[in-house]
Ligand binder design. Structure first.
Ligand code: BG6
Length: 489
């Protein structure tokens, strides 16, 4: 579906997010004819040494590096390049907004605007209040939407304050909070899988499900982001946002429709039902660790504490695992285990639903413990679904074996869009379902708050070797679950 013509204004246009994600996503949308031809991509940046040609070659270089197919013929590049505009100036400077307004001048019915704030979060407030003051948020001739990236605050209090600020200048329906996990095909498939099929619904509850494991394991380290990561750590960087969002999609009730607010209402109900972790028992519900030096893919990598700009005595966790309970009729006492870490042996993201065991094991003489049935939604490396069942091994024997019904997503034969492409497209269409609403963000901070508080106390952090999945104490939070953590290697 082609979006209406729009001025796509990117604040922070010379930054990494723009180069790696936004420009390639827009080029892909252009390639698929999802962007109206007379849309504009207006880069906003502070550095006066930028000019139109530099912006053009910057965009070209970004596409060459991250999405070469989009410019493999001159005509494609020509038509993208005619969409590019540049506005230079500081985002606190009123005259910059005058120049921006000039660049946004409507032509051929292009009256809409999407402001993408690809800038550090501490600048969100200044940007939105200046946009408001300059009249650029006035919706009398078209929509005005603001897209922001996490982190939305740094704790519950600051998240509430940020939401309040936005409320002063724009309606909630104009704010698009990106959680790129919601843009992943595999995550969206969860909803389709749950609500477009009938067979699993009767099993989707505490009667049949023993527990759920949501895992994101990365091989990369902190890279160049120590400044942010030192304050965030894995709990805030990944669990408070991505993993909790994914959990809500596994756990929510069927929404009344696919309307953004109908879906988000159901997700908020899940979040509100999450049992508060008692502040004096955090160790029973959460585990953290930090990577020491080690070897990944045959290469030596430094310890987190030896990474550039990291405090040599840092206690920031690069691995975090959390056990949550959702106190409602469907999920009472079913553990939801969320874990994520950097510098682990493999890059894997998945959601595993582990079912209970049969009430009586008729095959105890062959296998003392029957492996549990598992339904796994793989997000990475290959999107798809795997259903693990027990079956008879063929032949004149009485052996059992694990049967994996493996359905790679690629089987459907189409090319999966990148998360940012899906999300930008939805933002242009005004589809809000894949964006976090203010109350969702606040509830997620509430859930992690006791753990954040406990981990602030001086205490010793445990270490794991980079490239190893051997995390100290990780099994303590498996208490009450049958089986063990899934092996991600
Ligand atoms: C980001 C985190 O939101 O997600 C990063 O800030 C992390 O630390 C990244 O590496 C993981 O995303 P993906 O899509 O590569 O799993």
């Amino acid at each position: 579906l082609q979006a209406d013509p729009c001025n796509i204004v990117i604040f922070g246009a010379s930054g990494d997010l723009t180069r790696r994600k936004l420009l390639p996503a827009l080029a892909r949308m252009h390639h698929w004819n999802l962007l109206a031809p007379n849309s504009r991509i207006i880069g906003v940046m502070r550095d006066p040494s930028w000019h139109a040609e530099r912006w053009q070659s910057y965009v070209h270089a970004s596409l060459e590096e991250f999405h070469p197919d989009s410019i493999n013929d001159d005509a494609s590049w020509q038509s993208i390049s005619t969409m590019l505009e540049l506005t230079i100036g500081d985002l606190t400077d009123a005259s910059m907004y005058q120049r921006l307004r000039e660049n946004m001048k409507s032509s051929n019915g292009r009256t809409n605007a999407l402001f993408y704030l690809a800038i550090p979060p501490q600048w969100y407030e200044s940007a939105v209040s200046a946009l408001h003051q300059s009249g650029l948020l006035d919706e009398s001739d078209g929509f005005r939407r603001i897209v922001i990236e996490k982190p939305f605050g740094s704790d519950l209090e600051s998240a509430c304050a940020l939401n309040l600020t936005f409320r002063e200048y724009v309606k909630e329906s104009q704010v698009y909070r990106i959680d790129h996990y919601l843009g992943k095909e595999g995550v969206q498939n969860l909803m389709v899988f749950r609500f477009a099929n009938t067979v699993f619904e009767p099993l989707w509850n505490r009667n049949y499900i023993d527990h759920v494991q949501i895992s994101v394991s990365e091989t990369i380290g902190v890279e160049y982001r120590a400044d942010y990561y030192e304050k965030a750590g894995a709990l805030v960087d990944m669990i408070q946002s991505h993993l909790i969002q994914v959990m809500t999609l596994v756990a929510m009730e069927a929404p009344v429709s696919l309307d953004g607010n109908a879906i988000r209402d159901e997700k908020v109900k899940v979040l509100k039902s999450v049992r508060a972790i008692p502040s004096d028992q955090v160790d029973r519900f959460a585990v953290r660790a930090q990577y020491a030096g080690g070897t990944i893919d045959g290469k030596r990598v430094p310890a987190y504490r030896d990474e550039p700009d990291v405090d040599p005595a840092s206690t920031a966790e690069t691995f975090a695992a959390l056990k949550l309970y959702i106190d409602n009729w469907r999920w009472q006492d079913v553990p939801f285990l969320l874990r994520t870490g950097k510098r682990l042996p493999e890059r894997v993201s998945e959601i595993a639903i582990r079912f209970k065991q049969p009430p009586k094991n008729l095959f105890a003489h062959i296998k003392e413990h029957l492996p549990q049935n598992e339904l796994v939604f793989r997000l990475h490396p290959e999107e798809g679904m795997i259903f693990l069942l027990n079956a008879k091994q063929p032949g004149l024997n009485d052996q059992l074996h694990k049967l994996a019904l493996d359905a790679p997503y690629a089987m459907t034969g189409s090319d999966s869009p990148e998360a940012y492409e899906t999300l930008l497209h939805d933002a242009l269409l005004g589809e809000t379902a894949l964006f976090s609403r203010a109350d969702e963000v606040e509830e997620s901070w509430r859930i992690v708050a006791p753990v954040m508080e406990a981990w602030k106390q001086p205490g010793s952090i445990r270490f794991y070797e980079a490239g190893s999945s051997d995390i100290p104490d990780i099994d303590t939070i498996m208490e009450g679950c049958i089986g063990c953590w899934r092996d991600l290697s």
